[in-house]
Write a protein that binds this ligand. Structure first.
Ligand SMILES: [Zn+2]
Ligand SMILES: [Zn+2]
Length: 277
């Protein structure tokens, strides 16, 4: 399993960051199969990579939720305009298929965008990603679980080649709030990619407006959770747009006091798990 971060920022894209300015998008590949998790602004660069590879493309796309930092890159995903591309798109929740389709169409409607979703020539099949229901795609087993976030969000466990990757963006979590279901989803992950948007001071309002209830975790809670579930490696994710590279490195250093194998997820970073690489 080969994991590549194309977007690691949360909320809104920023420029001038070495660690990464684009919003959420992660690619996972194995044995010639490709998954894309979320379509934040990072998906534009992934589209360019795919265009260089050349058609045809067959991709399964899983959306954590439909907040704009997770969908806004889609109109700039060039392979979606090609008739040689097949996209199987999983929207979150019982109504996920319709919700995703209407959200992707809405953000391309006037006055937001010059051309409509219907101009995209790729084949798009919309399906719903359901809490607790594993989907198989080639060598992958993908399991979504509901996690606490305003209007809801899905965390995904992706398994292939005997390895596991957890994509848990946009979740407000601490060890005390870990439900058995979420703990089981995260358990023993080779890589746990977890929301760590805030510092504890930002979260509880010692610095700035309190962020409790906004749907995001602190890096210390992320580290504590990683330790509790026996993860092997923690990638702090959904970096706050206000955080400089220096702040992000400093947050990771503090998190390492609780969980040593921890770093900020970095745009362009590639993690290779097991032999399929
Ligand atoms: Zn987000
Ligand atoms: Zn969100």
């Amino acid at each position: 399993m080969d994991i590549r971060f194309y977007g690691v920022r949360g909320s809104i894209a920023v420029s001038g960051s070495r660690i990464g300015g684009n919003t959420a998008c992660v690619e996972v590949t194995s044995q010639g199969h490709r998954l894309i998790l979320d379509a934040g602004t990072g998906i534009r660069a992934l589209g360019e990579v795919m265009m260089r590879e050349g058609p045809p493309h067959k991709v399964a796309m899983f959306f954590s939720h439909l907040h704009w930092d997770h969908v806004q890159g889609f109109p700039f995903f060039t392979p979606a305009y090609l008739p040689t591309t097949e996209l199987t798109m999983y929207g979150p929740g019982a109504n996920g298929a319709q919700a995703l389709q209407s959200e992707l169409a809405a953000q391309m409607q006037p006055p937001h965008f010059p051309v409509p979703l219907s101009i995209m020539r790729s084949r798009m099949d919309f399906l719903s990603a359901l809490h607790g229901k594993t989907v198989e795609v080639g060598p992958f087993k993908v399991t979504p679980i509901d996690v606490p976030h305003p209007q809801g969000c899905l965390a995904y466990r992706v398994e292939a080649d005997g390895h596991s990757f957890i994509y848990a963006t946009d979740v407000e979590l601490c060890r005390e709030d870990l439900t058995p279901e979420v703990a089981r989803l995260f358990e023993g992950a080779d890589v746990l990619c977890l929301d760590a948007q805030y510092t504890p001071e930002e979260y509880d309002g010692r610095k700035g407006i309190p962020k409790k209830g906004w749907g995001h975790s602190t890096m210390m809670d992320a580290a504590d959770v990683a330790k509790t579930v026996g993860a092997r490696r923690l990638c702090l994710f959904h970096h706050d747009p206000a955080h400089t590279d220096e702040t992000l490195e400093d947050m990771a250093e503090q998190a390492r006091t609780l969980f040593p194998v921890c770093e900020p997820a970095r745009e362009g970073q590639r993690l290779i798990l097991g032999r399929a690489a």
